[in-house]
Design a protein around this ligand. Structure first.
Ligand code: SF4
Length: 364
């Protein structure tokens, strides 16, 4: 448990978010410099190990099977393919590989066993390994931890209230339950959300309340700006302004001082000046690589040029926490339980998600 303030309220967070910008930036930069090296930025590479065909209805996501988008699905990558990509990421300065699979939840069996082998393989390359695989039971979290997983990503996406306007196929409480399952292991928690989905500023504050009142707070918080993809229910949302992004990053930094605040989706819409302001406001992590799962991301070389220009250095792996030990499958203490957990499936329907589904059916 940490000694940071954990009883943040929405009104306290709103007060910070709405400060005059110069005061907000100054305060966030002070907190940032107290807890982090301001010239070091952690670089992660996001790898889509299984793309598309997801049964969920997340309104922002082109990988949901029900929406008609241009995303081409693929089956689970092989361990060798993942290893090759991880080596490439390491050579270009990434200290972490985050593997994403478009699944509702992890299912015990061959595919999960393959993912565990991918985790072992990347950890042995002395890189931090993160996975984002959907909902997770405690036993599955333990098995990932044994394989050498460093972090598990499971975003809250928005406030509990606005979440119901974006996703209907699982509840906010399922997200919290998965985070709690990860917390029972020594794997670190990565959890954040998306702005620009039509939410109010109160919802942004609500999401930060949900994250900052976790004890311990997440080690990593990605802040995404919506990339509105044609065919998804949110295709017509307007891009988030840089000022909103800077305010969100600065507020996150102030309420979660030790956390790594990650600039995630939406960086292609941001100028270098805008990103520099986010780094000043406390962002200290980015996703590198030309794609973020399925949406565009700045070119790695462009990022390295920006680092040079700003005098930033990529962070080495295992600075915040020791490298986990990898236990081989044959020595595992946690067996495949063949679990079939009952995650919630709320009954409500979201009109814009339903409309997108009907529209995409007609297009096929
Ligand atoms: S965000 Fe994840 S869970 Fe939601 S539809 Fe996309 S792949 Fe599926």
């Amino acid at each position: 448990m940490s000694s940071f303030k954990h009883n943040w309220t929405k009104s306290e967070i709103l007060e910070i978010y709405n400060k005059p910008l110069m005061d907000l930036l100054f305060e966030a930069a002070k907190v940032h410099r107290k807890h982090h090296d301001p010239n070091t930025v952690q670089v992660s590479t996001l790898l889509s190990i299984k793309t598309g065909g997801c049964p969920e209805d997340c309104g922002y996501c082109p990988q949901a099977a029900r929406y008609h988008t241009n995303v081409e699905g693929n089956d689970l990558m092989s361990v060798q393919q993942v290893k090759a990509q991880a080596l490439r990421a390491k050579a270009s300065g990434s200290s972490r590989v985050c593997m994403g699979a478009a699944w509702r939840n992890v299912k015990d069996g061959k595919e999960f066993d393959d993912v565990l082998e991918m985790v072992r393989t990347i950890n042995k390359l002395d890189m931090e390994v993160c996975c984002t695989l959907g909902m997770l039971t405690e036993n599955q979290a333990q098995r990932l931890a044994e394989a050498g997983l460093y972090a598990y990503n499971h975003n809250l996406d928005s406030s509990e209230e606005y979440y119901k306007e974006v996703i209907s196929t699982r509840g906010f409480e399922d997200r919290i339950k998965t985070i709690n399952n990860v917390r029972k292991t020594n794997v670190t928690v990565c959890s954040g959300g998306i702005i620009g989905m039509g939410e109010r500023i109160e919802d942004r504050a609500g999401m930060l309340v949900a994250l900052a009142t976790l004890n311990p707070q997440p080690e990593s918080v990605p802040i995404n700006a919506l990339v509105a993809v044609e065919g998804t229910p949110l295709e017509n949302e307007q891009p988030v302004s840089i000022w909103d992004m800077v305010r969100m990053v600065a507020t996150t930094r102030i309420v979660m001082p030790e956390t790594q605040v990650r600039l995630s989706a939406g960086r292609t819409q941001m100028s270098q000046e805008g990103q520099a302001m986010c780094f000043f406001a406390g962002a200290n992590s980015i996703f590198a690589g030309d794609k973020l799962l399925t949406t565009p991301n700045p070119d790695v070389n462009e990022d390295m040029k920006m680092f040079e220009l700003l005098g930033l250095n990529p962070q080495k792996p295992f600075i915040k926490k020791m490298q986990p030990k990898t236990i081989e499958a044959k020595d595992s203490h946690f067996k495949d339980l063949g679990e079939k957990p009952k995650w919630t499936r709320p009954e409500h329907k979201i009109p814009r998600n339903e409309n997108a589904k009907i529209k995409s059916k007609n297009l096929k």
